[in-house]
Design a protein around this ligand. Structure first.
Ligand code: ADP
Ligand code: ADP
Length: 226
């Protein structure tokens, strides 16, 4: 069974602009798919449709074989990490990570076990009591990752999560995201305009241009057949 499937998906915005023309792709149950392409080619729009933040104008979106076009975001088995981390400034790292579990009324003990496990993977265990204002950019982005992780989503969406980091941190955090992927059983969909990021992180890379997928293949095949 596939994790995620887009079947001839298109997006026409209210002003009539067709930002996504015809996108089809199918992932394995566990896969790291990168959407790469120039600014304005429709990467974010595609991701936002998968998340349910934008309506799908044409075509079908399936998660685990079920059409979810009309399923609201909160009922999709999905978590999303944005480029701006949007942490709660008045809450500690621990409470930021635990927030969605609290909303879902997960028992306190279970919440703390989960935060601890996630913090260990993301190397946040030493700073659980700090507030976002006292953290570096890389630490903040890891908290944002942790917040998405505790939901154990089937599909993990990341929209240019590294673009606010400096070059050195970007490389380090990139490796951490791949590590995270290896430890989970989720499908990752990762948006970037950075070709190096695409080629080093993805199991498969979808090259977008002007609202269409031009190529969809492994980094190795793309490298030898550009
Ligand atoms: P990317 O993520 O690849 O930079 P986007 O998906 O953000 O591209 O945008 C694709 C195109 O759709 C762009 O031309 C953008 O200006 C346009 N677009 C994005 N959002 C809207 C909107 N709400 N209304 C109209 N056009 C939009
Ligand atoms: P990105 O960083 O993904 O390229 P943008 O900065 O282009 O995103 O867009 C930020 C927000 O503005 C998004 O919510 C997007 O939907 C909206 N937007 C982008 N382009 C347009 C547009 N041409 N008309 C209306 N809204 C737009």
């Amino acid at each position: 069974m596939s994790g995620l499937e887009l079947n001839q998906v298109a997006k026409i915005y209210e002003d009539g602009y067709k930002a996504v023309k015809n996108i089809s792709l199918k992932s394995e149950q566990k896969e790291f798919i990168v959407l790469v392409g120039p600014s304005g080619c429709g990467k974010s729009t595609t991701l936002r449709m998968i998340a349910g933040l934008e309506d799908i104008s044409e075509g079908e979106l399936l998660i685990d074989g079920e059409v979810v076009n009309n399923v609201p975001p909160k009922d999709r088995d999905i978590a999303m990490v944005f480029q701006s981390y949007a942490l709660y400034p008045h809450m500690t790292v621990c409470d930021n990570i635990a927030f969605s579990m609290k909303m879902r009324k997960v028992p306190k003990e279970e919440r703390y076990d989960k935060v601890e496990a996630v913090a260990k993977i993301l190397q946040l265990d030493q700073i659980l009591d700090k507030k976002p204002g006292a953290l570096s950019g890389g630490q903040r982005q890891r908290v944002a990752l942790g917040r998405a992780m505790v939901r154990d989503p089937k599909v993990f969406l990341l929209d240019e999560p590294l673009s606010n980091l400096d070059a050195k941190l970007r490389v380090a955090t990139r490796a951490q995201i791949v590590q995270l992927y290896e430890q989970l059983d989720s499908t990752f969909v990762y948006v970037t305009h950075d070709q190096t990021e695409a080629m080093t992180m993805g199991t498969r890379v979808a090259v977008l241009n002007d609202g269409n997928i031009e190529q969809f293949d492994t980094p190795g095949n793309l490298y030898y057949n550009p």
